[in-house]
Design a protein around this ligand. Sequence first.
Ligand SMILES: NC(=O)c1ccc[n+]([C@@H]2O[C@H](COP(=O)([O-])OP(=O)(O)OC[C@H]3O[C@@H](n4cnc5c(N)ncnc54)[C@H](OP(=O)(O)O)[C@@H]3O)[C@@H](O)[C@H]2O)c1
Length: 236
Amino acid sequence: MTTARPIALVTGAGVRVGETIARHLARHGYTVAAHYRSHRPRRFAAAFQADLAAPDGPDTLAAAFRARFSRLDLLVNSAAGFEARPLEATDAAAFDAQLDLNARAPLLLTRALLAPLRRAHGSVVNVADVGGGLVAWNGYAAYCASKAALVRLTECLALELAPRVRVNAVAPGTVLWPESYGAARRRELAARIPLGRAGTPLDVAEAVRYLAEAPFVTGAVLPVDGGRRLNGRAGG
Ligand SMILES: NC(=O)c1ccc[n+]([C@@H]2O[C@H](COP(=O)([O-])OP(=O)(O)OC[C@H]3O[C@@H](n4cnc5c(N)ncnc54)[C@H](OP(=O)(O)O)[C@@H]3O)[C@@H](O)[C@H]2O)c1
């Protein structure tokens, strides 16, 4: 497909934060290819299914994308798993599951899409997290390790892919509660946010668009957290 509009591929675009990012980009002139695993996104230029935790999942997604599009202006790695797990319950499989999806998949997908990214002088935005990405959380060691890895990958790839491709990350705080959190837990966590409330998925989407369109910014990790990283280390 050829189009004068910039082309974005957003992973995890069927629900919640990823969907908001994808719709925001579409509203601002991007042709959006939307990736999903189980919730198929509607009303985008293309939708591609892939299990990104599988070793060949990123290559499968990249092949489907490249069969439709010849260049890629923006790759947003938003798909992720979020699991609270104390050390005693963290075995090899649990650790690998977080790392495979949250850190390895963005790396492999960026690698598989390098040619169309380079062709477009494009950029990558990784969706990290304040938890692990910027501060340690109690009870989330594997998750935090995966987001810390994603932040460092962002910086390493920014170096390796410059000057042709920029690589940045957003580090959201709470912008959409996990559905399992009750009102009391939400109040308790909101009290740890200096700005006194949770953010919204749109806050993250606007940060993604800023990073995508900031030509002199690479290797940046932009917190979108109401100051949460400055205040408190308990998880979730
Ligand atoms: N929510 C927050 O407040 C918050 C805070 C900080 C950081 N973040 C980050 O923002 C991003 C989105 O968060 P969210 O809360 O919207 O996430 P979420 O509700 O947990 O959704 C997870 C997303 O990842 C996809 N996914 C899960 N397993 C997958 C797999 N094996 N292969 C491919 N895709 C898979 C899901 O696709 P399907 O639904 O199609 O299966 C879904 O789109 C994540 O990177 C998260 O770490 C969110």
